[in-house]
Design a protein around this ligand. Structure first.
Ligand code: 13P
Length: 263
């Protein structure tokens, strides 16, 4: 059975002074057997969050929101995968805000993915279409192209063994209060696994967790987790609110129990 994962993407929020307390509060409000929890603060707060969780709830993993595609070198202001080892165990790659603001291409995202896997970190690869793509009936084709662009050069078995998680985040649903329907998210999860199959992933594709992201809240999470093909959520704005995270992870706990993951 695929893991149930709730990942918090704090984006450019929190400081090293307040991130540890927030992580500790969220951890204490989200103890649900069988749910994999990940908190992704800004780079500068990784250490504070790691230390707070190590002492309060080591079951909550720490993730970075981005990583550079080279191992080291003259890249002012950048952070490489080896630098994250010891600070984080997960890394988000290909978030749509980075595709938009840092002009990240699928090929570049594929290189980042390689660095993440080489460092023994677990990648969350984000994909998702723009509103115009959905309206033009191109959503699945766009996501398919993103997956091919990022994954083509990767050995499926090694990537699956590295714990790849895919987050489907329709761009028009991020931070807008609009969400995809559960049925649309489910259809996309099926399309994502079909794309992995076409890339030669075989069984590994069917075993790859697919999360939904985009305006997820405690009020709408049930619609997504009611879909057997959806394995959790990548949460932005609501992930800064302990009450919201408590509700979201509580609902994920129901799915984890139904899947026999709760031990
Ligand atoms: P929101 O939940 O704020 O829409 O953000 C989603 C997201 O981008 C998570 O990576």
């Amino acid at each position: 059975m695929r893991d149930v994962v709730v990942a918090a993407n704090w984006k450019m929020h929190t400081t090293p002074a307040d991130a540890g307390d927030l992580a500790r509060t969220i951890a204490s409000r989200t103890r649900e057997a069988g749910v994999t929890r990940v908190i992704c603060p800004p780079f500068v707060s990784l250490g504070a969050v790691r230390d707070a969780l190590a002492e309060s709830d080591p079951d909550v993993a720490v993730g970075a929101q981005n990583v550079h595609h080279e191992l080291a070198g003259a890249y002012t202001g950048e952070i490489s995968a080896p630098m994250l080892v010891g600070l984080a165990t997960w890394v988000i790659v290909g978030h749509s805000e980075r595709r938009r603001d840092a002009a990240e291409t699928d090929a570049l995202i594929g290189r980042k993915l390689a660095r993440v896997l080489e460092a023994g970190l677990r990648p969350i690869l984000c994909v998702g279409e723009q509103l115009a793509d959905r309206e033009a009936g191109r959503a699945i084709a766009v996501v398919d192209a993103q997956l091919r662009g990022a994954l083509t050069d990767h050995d499926p078995a090694a990537t699956a063994d590295g714990g790849l998680v895919i987050a489907y985040e329709p761009v028009w649903a991020i931070g807008t209060g609009r969400t995809a329907t559960g049925a649309d998210a489910s259809a996309m999860a099926d399309a994502i696994r079909a794309a992995l199959d076409a890339l030669g992933w075989g069984e590994s594709g069917a075993a790859t967790p697919v999360l939904y992201g985009g305006s997820v809240t405690s009020a709408n999470i049930a619609e997504f987790l009611a879909e057997p093909s959806i394995d959790g959520a990548l949460v932005g704005g609501a992930s800064l609110k302990p009450d919201e995270m408590a509700g979201i992870v509580a609902r994920a706990g129901i799915t984890a129990r139904a899947r026999g993951l709760a031990g």
